[in-house]
Design a binder for this molecule. Structure first.
Ligand code: DX5
Ligand code: ZN
Length: 233
């Protein structure tokens, strides 16, 4: 009798986005998603210039840091991200993702992020082709494929993002297989299985988690569905 070794798969991470949380009750909201098994917290910083909305900066990240040991996945939707990344790191960011479209010096900034001990993330808008990442592949720890145009929670999912995850995965396969692929925007029960099958390692979910009656149970159900989904080959 031959025993087959269990198939090793990367744990797909669930990262609830605090953009849709109630900040009047943020400690409780964080406890809720912790109890639902969140792997990270996704924190969206917006500057009203790169995107038509404003959220928060380093001060809030620093204060939230006291509330939870969960890794902070900081998504910077800001122009000139190089001016602020050190401060975000000091405030407690673990992953820092800036936008490819927001700087002419993506290569330099990715290297800098690693040098300050952050995971180096780069996000691409729906209008940016995956191929743009080719020259950067070795420098990236996480690619964030935007499945909505950044700026707001609760928008509908752009289907094309699934194919883009597949393209990013193919691009990274030889050059940097350890790099994670995150998908961000409009993620919910209708598309998590497809995102995982395409090769997403991190699923960001705002409205579908915090807008549900029981965010902890929503996360547990998402986890069950992820675990029942075969990953990308
Ligand atoms: C959009 C943000 C997303 C957003 C996702 O600009 O980057 O992280 O919070 O929220 P949902 O899941 O509601 O689309
Ligand atoms: Zn985001």
């Amino acid at each position: 009798m031959t025993l087959r070794a269990p198939v090793k798969r990367r744990r797909v991470k669930l990262a609830p986005s605090l953009l849709s949380a109630d900040f009047a009750d943020i400690a409780d909201q964080i406890r809720m998603v912790e109890s639902g098994g969140a792997d990270e917290l996704h924190l969206d910083s917006m500057d009203g210039v790169f995107v038509p909305n404003l959220t928060w900066g380093m001060k809030i990240v620093k204060d939230l840091r006291k509330l939870t040991p969960l890794p902070f996945d900081c998504h910077l939707m800001i122009v000139e991200p190089e001016r602020y990344v050190d401060a975000f790191r000091e405030a407690g960011a673990d992953v820092i993702s800036f936008h490819y479209e927001a700087t002419p010096h993506a290569h330099r900034l990715l290297r800098h992020l690693r040098s300050i001990g952050a995971k180096a993330g780069i996000a691409i808008n729906p209008g940016t082709p995956a191929a743009m990442l080719a020259e950067l592949a070795e420098e990236i720890d996480r690619v964030v494929v935007m499945s909505v145009n950044p700026g707001f929670g609760g928008q509908s999912f752009i289907e094309r993002a699934i194919a883009k995850v597949t393209e990013v995965r193919a691009l990274l396969k030889k050059r940097n297989p350890a790099c994670e692929i995150e998908i961000d925007g409009g993620i919910g029960f209708e598309n998590i299985e497809r995102a995982v099958k395409a090769g997403a390692d991190v699923l960001v979910a705002g409205n579908s988690v915090f807008g549900s009656d029981d965010p902890a149970e929503t996360l547990r159900e998402m986890r069950r569905r992820i675990d029942a989904t075969p990953p990308a080959p």
